[in-house]
Design a protein around this ligand. Sequence first.
Ligand SMILES: [Zn+2]
Length: 353
Amino acid sequence: MTTGRSLQLARDTLQKKRTVHIRTLLDVMLLCNIDYEYFGKLVVPYDFEHSIRVSKNQNTLKNTGCMAPWCAFFQKTESIVPTGTKTKRHSDGSLFRNYVACTACGCRFAFNIEGNMVEQDWFIRGYNTLKNLLNEQGGIKTLQEIRRPANFNRDRWWGVIAYFSSRPVFGDPEKLDEGLMAAFVQYININANMNNVYKWKCWNSYRHYLQYRYHFEVMNALVFSKRKVPVRHNIKTYEEEVISLCSRLLDSDQDISVEKISTLINVSSNTLRAWGFQHYIKGMKDEQRRSRLKKRKKQLIEKVDLYFRQNANHRILSKDIYQSIGISQTYLNVIAPDVNEYIRKKKLQFSRI
Ligand SMILES: [Zn+2]
């Protein structure tokens, strides 16, 4: 009988009620070199008995950080949130409690009967395996080229490859379709699970689906889905605050950035990132950039029109137009080629008159 099983027996946490076989007892007595008479007189100190019977895991949750070596929050606790699963028994009979997930890397952990935090997926094992294989086998270009090791079943291995191919851990991450990603995340937010997503017609293959399934945005959406996380209410309040703040900054044309939002709502930028808010903030920042560019283009076109009106009786040279609007043709070609085109057509029209 293993130590883990003995502890489960002592704590009465085994799924099936079991008794200790006399053989186990005799083995222990032989190992410790004690006879039956001595064994009968043994008095177990209460403190020891208590320490065995009460699981240690009640106090460890607060003090344990993410275990994934590639995670930005490795050995830190800020990114760890409860998933809502309290207790679960695995098919091999082992019992886990207090499931948590890291919102930075997406790994899930739970506490075993000894109170130790254990990885629930295979990403850390996958990481170590990939690291070794890449060291051993030079010249491999993509993770997909690596042959599946015997100790991983097909789905686990494909999961590991999908997980790491969307993260900058072993080289550059693969680019995924943003629209498809947004649809996946939205589906989870509405349905609080991902039933049937793999049946969507858009997937070229099961592996194609897995790449999105193990992207951190999808993994985070699952952690924060309504069904699972009680702390969502807390985060939800902040989420609403971030949304209304971004819209106010956009309206008043003040710069939007994670750092600025972090100062305004008094939550560290790392925590904002751990909650996954940086994607929304970045989206709003892009929106701000687009709206500023639109405004600038409008102003440039007004300036161009004004220049042509004011010089109706003169010969107009390109360099003079650009000088008057205060921007070089080359730069304009990068930020707004359509304004360049507008100037070209305008000049052509003008010369025909
Ligand atoms: Zn992590």
